[in-house]
Design a protein around this ligand. Structure first.
Ligand SMILES: *[C@@H]1O[C@H](CO)[C@@H](O)[C@H](O)[C@H]1NC(C)=O
Ligand SMILES: *[C@@H]1O[C@H](CO)[C@@H](O)[C@H](O)[C@H]1NC(C)=O
Ligand SMILES: *[C@@H]1O[C@H](CO)[C@@H](O)[C@H](O)[C@H]1NC(C)=O
Ligand SMILES: *[C@@H]1O[C@H](CO)[C@@H](O)[C@H](O)[C@H]1NC(C)=O
Length: 367
């Protein structure tokens, strides 16, 4: 349609301007609507669930920290000595020192009856701490729903005691890691301030099913979606960003027990800290890690550097040996030979099929 000059011409351009104005206005409204509870907080509003009231960060056991590169904090259940032992054997203190890494296990207190049942007494933990000098213990009881205390404690301790460190890596003790690869990734990414690096979990919703381990009541978390957050299996950030997270977490009015979601989701969003997603080096299936070990003779690098141990604490030791060997001896896999393509679930294996079919999604073989 031909638009003549004059009145219709003016109306046409007015409509265009109004259209852009409305569009822009909507965008800015969307941006502004993200929650900023942080600014509304004042100390008289902090309720009983808050981290400050318990004083969980009085260290029952403490130690020092003198690294200028990376602090590696590992949340560890106090009674699970074997997971700590496997990690210590996998990455010895002297090797960590060479790599510029200080590793610390984060423990809490064991109930008397747990101490009696497991024979991991507080005295045994004190002995372990004296021997290895790599334990800090918080002033709260070991419990699933106290994991947020432990997580905050780890970040807080690092910012208090590792003043010269550049980065902090938080990990769960049942996670297998290729530390060399992580260090390469950290150095390549040269993570700036206000970035957290790890496996980003997006658009997750609270589980409202009471029988589920992850059941979250509306009282604990009211909205239908969580902010995006990082898997607590393993993530890395700068010490400066960790300090910001701790500062906000400590005055945040509502404590939320899912620790990675609380710190790298809710608190991170308050601060406007952004993600660096490295999910491609994570696997959720420990059998893929075992497949990598079996392919050692083929000198294939593993596609994954982080994964669960699947209850096999020794996998950490074996995977580290493999990773160290592969550092200089292996080459990357092509797509065709990727771990996910070559590590086949057993029921696809033509050799299987005599007698009763043993169908298990965890039975994987190297082709
Ligand atoms: C803090 O909150 C309390 C209770 O909501 C309110 O009475 C008080 O005025 C607030 N103080 C400041 C400094 O905003
Ligand atoms: C940090 O580095 C300085 C200078 O190298 C050193 O004097 C200090 O002891 C270090 N601090 C820690 C906690 O390692
Ligand atoms: C644990 O053992 C100690 C010493 O044997 C005993 O005094 C205490 O009552 C026990 N506690 C529990 C909760 O079983
Ligand atoms: C968490 O730790 C506190 C402080 O020790 C304790 O009172 C509480 O019972 C613990 N929480 C759970 C769920 O055990």
């Amino acid at each position: 349609m031909y638009i003549r000059r004059g009145v219709p011409y003016v109306i046409f351009w007015t409509l265009i301007v109004v259209f852009f104005y409305i569009t822009f206005k909507q965008f800015s409204v969307v941006r502004k609507s993200s929650p900023v509870y942080f600014r509304k907080i004042n100390s008289s509003q902090i309720d009983r669930g808050n981290l400050l009231n318990l004083n969980p960060f009085r260290y029952v056991i403490n130690t020092d920290c003198d690294t200028s590169f990376l602090v590696w904090v590992v949340t560890s259940y106090a009674a699970d000595v074997s997971a700590r032992s496997a990690l210590r054997r996998a990455y010895s203190e002297s090797e960590l020192e060479e790599l510029g890494v200080r590793r610390i296990f984060l423990l809490a207190l064991l109930h008397d009856d747990v101490q009696n049942k497991t024979h991991v007494t507080q005295n045994a933990i004190l002995d372990e701490a004296r021997r290895y000098n790599d334990i800090i213990q918080g002033n709260f009881i070991e419990a699933y729903k106290n994991l947020t205390y432990k997580h905050v404690m780890g970040l807080k301790w690092a910012t208090q005691y590792c003043k010269n460190a550049s980065y902090i890596m938080k990990m769960d003790h049942d996670i297998v890691v290729d530390l060399y690869k992580i260090i390469d990734v950290i150095k390549a990414a040269s993570i700036p301030h206000n970035i957290v690096m790890g496996y980003v979990l997006r658009n997750m919703s609270p589980i409202r099913e009471p029988m589920n381990k992850w059941y979250v009541t509306r009282d604990e978390y009211i909205a239908d979606f969580y902010p995006d957050f990082l898997s607590g299996w393993l993530y890395v950030t700068t010490l400066k960003t960790a300090k910001d997270l701790v500062d906000v977490a400590q005055i945040y009015p509502k404590y939320f027990w899912i620790d990675d979601l609380f710190l790298t989701g809710i608190i991170r969003e308050e601060l406007g800290v952004k993600f660096h997603d490295i999910h491609e080096i994570y696997t959720t299936n420990n059998e893929y890690l075992n497949c990598c070990l079996k392919a050692r003779t083929k000198k294939f690098k593993c596609d994954f550097a982080v994964g669960p141990n699947g209850g096999d604490t020794e996998l950490q030791v074996r995977f580290k040996d493999f990773a160290k060997y592969c550092r200089s001896n292996c080459f990357p896999r092509s797509k065709k030979f990727s771990v996910t393509n070559t590590c086949i679930v057993a029921w696809h294996d033509p050799n299987l099929g005599r007698g009763v079919a043993q169908v298990s999604p965890l039975q994987l073989n190297v082709v």
